[in-house]
Design a protein around this ligand. Structure first.
Ligand SMILES: [Zn+2]
Length: 301
């Protein structure tokens, strides 16, 4: 009797100490692991997915995979929509996919990444452009973020919206359609963070473009990085701003930034394989982005 009581008391103390001494363990953001990112990159960039070209059945399959994972995580379609699929004007295209954690106000923080890649080569031993870094990595980040968003108990003022774009490789087809068709009014978007290739190069370095035009996003990323500890290289490749899906939004005056790694030897090659990615870098970039987005979305006190 005595020993049981003591043990119970001891366990209570340990439990108390655990819950108080390591608050970061409690933050669901830390459930994002390199292994989780790698598993989704491996699936999306597998030969079975055939490169996820935006006019292929595998492109549509990738869209379905993303929407299913987001729905499982508890995200919902955009206001006024009954589906996470947002088709472009051309029914041959795989759709954009968009979902959100709804906020209490009519403002939006967007986190985006394209999920499409390239059609197979006509000949050769390896014909499939797997696109593991470009951009299964950014897509896996969006899936990991959804799982965290579904676990949050805090309410936020802004809705946090995840968008997986189609047809980026074909010339920003999906992002241009989204920006022009405005399923969310452009003026209500307070910030957009686009991820495209986040898993190669130096294991602790990510490149940030657009920060001078979006100081609030830059500040939120700096604050988040106090917890994540990446080396963030700013403004080294300003031309990148026009090379990925942030471009149509920047043109319409939406504050937007771009996170990416530098081009590498497997960029747009059939050798952009999952076994070459750095899942640790992708996981850190995912956490960085989500922490910044949550700050920008403002928790409701
Ligand atoms: Zn890309």
């Amino acid at each position: 009797m005595h020993s049981t009581t003591t043990l119970a008391f001891f366990l209570t103390c340990v439990g108390f100490l655990c819950s108080c001494s390591s608050p970061t363990q409690k933050n669901p953001i830390h459930t994002i692991t390199p292994g989780m990112i790698l598993a989704d990159v491996e699936f999306l960039s597998s030969d079975e997915m055939n490169g996820r070209h935006y006019r292929s059945k595998e492109g549509k399959l990738a869209a379905k995979y993303i929407a299913d994972e987001w729905e499982k995580a508890g995200l919902v379609p955009l206001l006024g929509k009954t589906s996470m699929y947002l088709p472009t004007n051309d029914m041959r295209d795989s759709p954009n996919v968009a979902a959100m954690l709804q906020g209490t106000e009519d403002t939006y923080i967007l986190i985006t990444a394209h999920y499409d890649h390239l059609a197979p080569k006509r000949s050769g031993k390896d014909r499939i452009y797997n696109g593991a870094d470009d951009n299964a990595s950014g897509t896996a980040a969006l899936i990991a973020m959804a799982r965290v968003l579904g676990e949050l108990h805090t309410k936020y003022k802004a809705s946090i919206v995840l968008v997986a774009f189609t047809g980026e490789e074909a010339g920003l087809v999906g992002s241009e359609h989204f920006a022009k068709s405005e399923p969310i009014p452009m003026r209500s978007i307070k910030a957009l963070i686009n991820l495209d290739m986040i898993s190669r190069g130096d294991a602790n370095t990510i490149f940030l473009e657009g920060s001078s035009g979006a100081p609030r996003i830059a500040l939120a990323l700096s604050n988040a990085n106090k917890e994540i500890g990446l080396t963030i290289v700013r403004g080294k490749h300003p031309d990148w701003l026009y090379r990925s899906d942030q471009q149509p939004f920047l043109e319409l005056g939406v504050p937007a930034v771009f996170l990416s790694v530098e081009d590498h030897e497997d960029y747009h090659q059939v050798t952009d394989h999952a076994d070459k990615i750095l899942p640790g870098l992708a996981a850190k970039t995912t956490k960085l982005t989500l922490l910044a987005a949550l700050e920008l979305a403002h928790p409701v006190p």
